[in-house]
Write a protein of this length. Structure first.
Length: 68
């Protein structure tokens, strides 16, 4: 269950990064991370990319929630 919740949370982070309305500090706060570093660590662990690099790539792939 914990892994399932984490995967959904990371997908939400991706979504917020793609929309580009909030910075990483605001995203971390909104999703109840203790710090941007914690968010970045979990994001990299799950995706293999840093949030900053993810934001910079042109073709952002997202999994549908049904495929998790």
């Amino acid at each position: 269950i914990e892994q399932f919740i984490l995967l959904h949370k990371i997908e939400r982070v991706k979504e917020l990064i793609i929309y580009d309305e909030l910075n990483l500090t605001e995203i971390a706060w909104k999703l109840h991370y203790s710090s941007v570093a914690h968010l970045s660590h979990q994001f990299k662990k799950i995706t293999g990319l840093t949030p900053t690099f993810f934001k910079s790539i042109k073709h952002k792939k997202r999994n549908t929630l049904e495929n998790l």
